[in-house]
Design a protein around this ligand. Structure first.
Ligand SMILES: Cc1cc2nc3c(=O)[nH]c(=O)nc-3n(C[C@H](O)[C@H](O)[C@H](O)COP(=O)(O)OP(=O)(O)OC[C@H]3O[C@@H](n4cnc5c(N)ncnc54)[C@H](O)[C@@H]3O)c2cc1C
Length: 383
C-alpha cells in the first residue's frame, strides 16, 4: 500500500492532519464521502454571485495564536467582528444581552437601577452566566435574570434541542453570557477574522500538496474494514495510520445503538435587494419556528449590487438511517456519553486508529478548538 496515512474526512480535523503529515513527507490519502472538501465549512457561490456557507454560518474566532498562524499560511483574512441582534418583544436588541439591550427593553429608570446593581455586585467582571443572575439573592438582579432567561434562552434552547431548557447541559447555556457593559461583539477573542476568498479556497490551499491524494464521493467504509482489532484496506491488512473524523457509531456499525444528534433544515432564500436585515445574524428566540436568519453578504464581505441571500435555520431531529439527514449537534448527556464511551473503548483496542473531530469524539468543537486538537494529535502520533 503506497499511503502512510489514511484520513477519513476533509473538515478542519482531517485537513489539518493531512497537511501536517504531508509536510512530514508522508503520503496521505483522504477519503471524503461528500462531493466536495472542507467539511461543514464548505462555501459555494449561488447564481446571484453571493457566496453561502452550505452547512450553516461559520464565524472564525480564537485566542490561540498557533491555530491562527497555522491557518494564515493558506489564505488572506479580513478583520470581522461578529455582531448579532435578537428579536425580543418586537425589538431588535444586541445578543449576547448587554446594557444596550437592557435600555431598549426596560423603562429608563428601571434600566438605570438594574445596571447600577449589576455593576456594584459584579465589579470585577465584564460578563456573567445567566445562571448566576437567576440564582442571585438580590431580587432586582434575580428578576432581571429571569427576564433574560425567559426571553433569550428558554424558548431558543427548547427550539434548538427539543427538550426543556432545564435538561440542557449547563455548558451549552453558558456559551452565551450576559455582558456587563456595552460591548456588543458576539465574541471577545483576540483573533476575529474571516477568510478573504472563503473557506473552500482556504481548504483547497491547505490540501494542495504533492503528498496528498483526495478521493471525493467515497465512503471509507467501502474500502476499509475492521476485524479482530486489525484494519483492512481493500481486503489486505493495513499497517499505516488511520485518522478517523467521521461518526464513531457508524464506524462500528451502530452496534451499541446510534448516538443522538440534532439536525437542521436549512432554507436559503434569494432577494433582489441590497440588504435584508441590519446585521449578519438575527436570532429569533421566541415566536418563529426558525432560530436565526443569516445574511451572507455581511460574512463574505462581497459587494453584490441589489442581490442578497439569507438562510433560515429550522432545528429538527436527526435520523441516521436517512442519507439526507445531517448530524449537526451532539446531544451531550450522561446516557449518550456512556454510549460514546462503549465505542471509544472499542476504538482504543485498534492500534494505529486515531479519532479526531466533532463526529469521531462526539463533542461540540468550535473550528479553532478542532484545529488545536488536530495539531496536538499530530504531535502525539507522528513518528
Ligand atoms: C450549524 C453550525 C454552525 C457552526 N458555526 C461555527 C462557528 O461560527 N464558529 C466555529 O468556530 N465553529 C462553528 N461550528 C463548529 C464547526 O462546524 C466544527 O468545529 C467543524 O465542523 C469540525 O470539523 P470536523 O473536521 O471535526 O468535522 P466536519 O467539518 O463535519 O468534517 C467531517 C468530514 O468527514 C466526512 N466523513 C464522515 N464520515 C465519512 C466516511 N465514512 N467516509 C468519508 N468521509 C466521511 C464528512 O463528509 C465531513 O466532510 C458550527 C457547527 C454547526 C453545526
Amino acid at each position: 500500500m503506497e499511503y502512510d496515512v489514511i484520513i477519513v474526512g476533509s473538515g478542519f480535523a482531517g485537513s489539518t492532519l493531512a497537511r501536517k503529515f504531508a509536510e512530514d513527507d508522508k503520503k496521505v490519502l483522504i477519503y471524503e464521502k461528500r462531493d466536495h472538501i472542507a467539511g461543514n465549512m464548505y462555501e459555494e457561490e449561488r447564481e446571484n454571485k453571493v457566496r453561502v456557507h452550505k452547512y450553516g454560518p461559520h464565524i472564525f474566532h480564537t485566542n490561540n495564536k498557533e491555530v491562527f498562524e497555522f491557518l494564515n499560511q493558506y489564505g488572506q483574512w479580513y478583520f470581522y467582528e461578529h455582531r448579532v441582534l435578537g428579536k425580543i418583544k418586537d425589538k431588535l436588541v444586541p445578543i449576547p444581552f448587554n446594557f444596550k439591550s437592557l435600555e431598549l427593553l426596560y423603562e429608563q429608570k428601571e434600566a438605570e437601577e438594574i445596571k447600577a446593581k449589576l455593576l456594584e455586585k459584579y465589579k470585577d467582571k465584564t460578563k456573567i452566566s445567566i445562571l448566576d443572575l437567576v440564582n442571585d439573592e438580590d431580587t432586582t438582579i434575580k428578576e432581571f435574570g429571569n427576564f433574560v432567561y425567559k426571553n433569550v434562552f428558554e424558548n431558543y434552547t427548547a427550539k434548538q434541542w427539543n427538550i426543556p431548557v432545564s435538561e440542557i447541559d449547563t455548558s451549552v447555556i453558558n456559551r452565551v453570557p450576559v455582558i456587563l457593559g456595552y460591548d456588543d461583539r458576539y465574541f471577545q477573542d483576540e483573533y476575529q477574522y474571516m477568510p478573504k476568498e472563503g473557506y473552500t479556497k482556504l481548504f483547497e490551499n491547505m490540501l494542495n500538496h504533492s503528498n496528498i491524494t483526495i478521493k471525493l464521493s467515497t465512503d471509507v467504509l467501502s474500502d476499509i474494514s475492521i476485524d479482530n482489532n486489525k484494519i483492512y484496506y481493500k481486503g489486505e491488512e493495513y499497517k499505516g495510520k488511520v485518522i478517523y473524523t467521521g461518526a464513531i457509531d457508524e464506524l462500528f456499525h451502530y452496534q451499541f445503538g446510534a448516538l443522538p444528534y440534532r439536525s437542521l433544515n436549512l432554507i436559503f432564500e434569494n432577494y433582489d435587494i441590497n440588504y435584508y436585515q441590519p446585521t449578519s445574524v438575527v436570532n429569533y428566540p421566541n415566536e418563529e419556528d426558525y432560530t436565526r436568519i443569516t445574511e451572507f453578504k455581511y460574512l463574505t464581505n462581497q459587494l453584490v449590487d441589489n442581490k442578497t441571500t439569507i438562510l433560515k435555520e429550522y432545528p429538527k431531529s436527526y435520523d441516521y438511517k436517512d442519507e439526507e439527514s445531517i448530524p449537526y449537534y451532539a446531544i451531550i448527556n450522561d446516557e449518550n456519553l456512556q454510549k460514546y464511551n462503549q465505542y471509544f473503548e472499542l476504538a482504543k483496542e485498534i492500534p494505529n486508529l486515531y479519532l479526531c473531530g466533532r463526529l469521531a469524539e462526539y463533542k461540540y468543537y468550535n473550528m479553532d478548538a478542532v484545529i488545536e486538537r488536530a495539531l496536538e494529535l499530530y504531535k502525539e502520533v507522528r513518528d
